[in-house]
Design a protein. Sequence first.
Length: 63
Amino acid sequence: MLEECGFPCNVVEVDIGRGDQFRPEFLRISPNNKIPALVDHDREERAIVQRRLESHNTSRDGD
């Protein structure tokens, strides 16, 4: 969704076959080892994304 909205993002692959989801550096991001995980460096940007999605859904209600 971030890519579709034109927001910069960095995708990092997690090899579950090797157990990467249990590595300490991943568990700091996602303590329950759930994938996908999102690191939010800019809460303001997240609010903007949420607002854009809400306005997109509203504009589509008439379709």
